[in-house]
Design a protein around this ligand. Structure first.
Ligand SMILES: [Ca+2]
Length: 351
């Protein structure tokens, strides 16, 4: 019995030592302070970011040189350098990396995140309605595209989701498939002969043959799925945040990500998408408004306000604007919404 007690006490001592070590260990000692910029400090285009570092009190080592790395630029400095924001920055959060090289050949790595806002105010684009076409008001529109002479439209909600293909002139359904009841259909796009579809919260995408709507494949992603389009090489996806991802359709890896910003900050709730003449058109959930986005920088170059395209008071069950398709031949856009009875063909104009 005595022996057991000794073993037990030794075990407890060992345990408590262990937990003490655990509690103290995670903090990594910092030998350098980044005095400027502050964490997540906001800068505009054409601002100068002063990057300034200093040694902490107990750091007696001599600094040989420091390097500041941002995007494609590597700048050598000692304790202070100015960085210009007018080139090589993407909008939103940017990570500045600092490498400190000491005389004793040791190297330390630090980083600081800053936020870049565009200075440029978005343009307001006007529009002219070319045609008002019928739209099935049973469709809870999540994705809309025009491919040759066919519209493809996905309709959301659990247990009710479907994908419909219909002719653009007579609005005759040529194919329709139900989506599994545990999936909420979201954005769609056609790349080559495949139709890709996102689902809302299941982290699962579906790939169909665009002609037969037969399911060919599935894929995964780790965010919510909202809007989808493509630039003929990559799938372009929104997830309800300000981020847009560019995805390789052969392996579904993320090639790059942009953050969408206008001059007042990040633009969230990006929803249905359409890639038109080198820009990403995205409607913003709940606002009946489309942002025209530069796919390189994430800058909102213009907005199209569609609040007045119809008088919502005249309708009982009608939800938000959602659905942008593009007609290459006529250079016009098709706009609709969830349970909307009409599909509007519009032409954009500069005001
Ligand atoms: Ca679309």
């Amino acid at each position: 019995m005595k022996n057991i007690n000794i073993w037990l006490s030794l075990f407890l001592v060992f345990q408590s030592c262990n937990s003490e070590v655990k509690n103290k260990s995670p903090r990594i000692k910092s030998n350098i302070k980044i005095d400027s910029p502050f964490s997540f400090e906001i800068f505009n285009d054409d601002d100068t970011v002063e990057v300034r570092i200093s040694k902490t009190i107990n750091n007696n080592k001599k600094i040989k040189k420091s390097l500041l790395i941002n995007g494609n630029d590597t700048l050598s400095f000692t304790d202070k350098i100015d960085l210009y924001t007018n080139q090589n920055f993407i909008y939103g959060k940017n990570t500045l990396r600092v490498f400190v090289y000491y005389e004793d050949e040791s190297i330390e790595k630090y980083s600081r995140q800053i936020t870049i806002y565009p200075k440029q105010k978005p343009l307001e684009l006007g529009y002219e309605i070319i045609k008002i076409l019928p739209h099935d008001s049973q469709i809870y529109t999540q994705g809309l595209i025009l491919d040759q002479n066919h519209f493809y439209e996905s309709s959301g909600q659990y247990g009710k989701s479907f994908l419909r293909k219909y002719t653009s002139d007579e609005f005759v359904t040529s194919k329709e498939i139900k989506i599994a009841s545990n999936l909420f259909a979201e954005g769609i796009t056609i790349l080559e002969d495949k139709l890709f579809m996102l689902t809302w919260k299941s982290n699962k995408g579906l790939v169909f043959d665009k002609n037969t709507l037969a399911l060919l494949d599935t894929f995964e992603y780790n965010t919510e799925g909202w809007g989808l389009t493509n630039n003929e090489r990559e799938l372009i996806m929104s997830d309800g945040s300000e981020k847009i991802k560019f995805i390789d359709p052969s392996n579904f890896r993320i090639n790059k990500e942009i953050q969408v910003y206008d001059n007042s900050g990040k633009v969230e709730s990006l929803n249905e998408l359409e890639y038109i003449n080198g820009k990403i058109f995205s409607n913003i959930y709940g606002q009946d408004k489309i942002a025209v986005i530069n796919p390189l920088s994430g800058l909102v170059e213009s907005y199209i306000n569609l609040e007045k395209i119809m008088n919502k008071k005249n309708y009982k069950n009608i939800d938000v604007m959602n659905g942008i398709a593009f007609n290459e031949k006529s250079n016009t856009l098709y706009i609709t919404g969830k349970w909307w009875p009409s599909l509007y063909e519009i032409k954009l104009s500069k005001r």
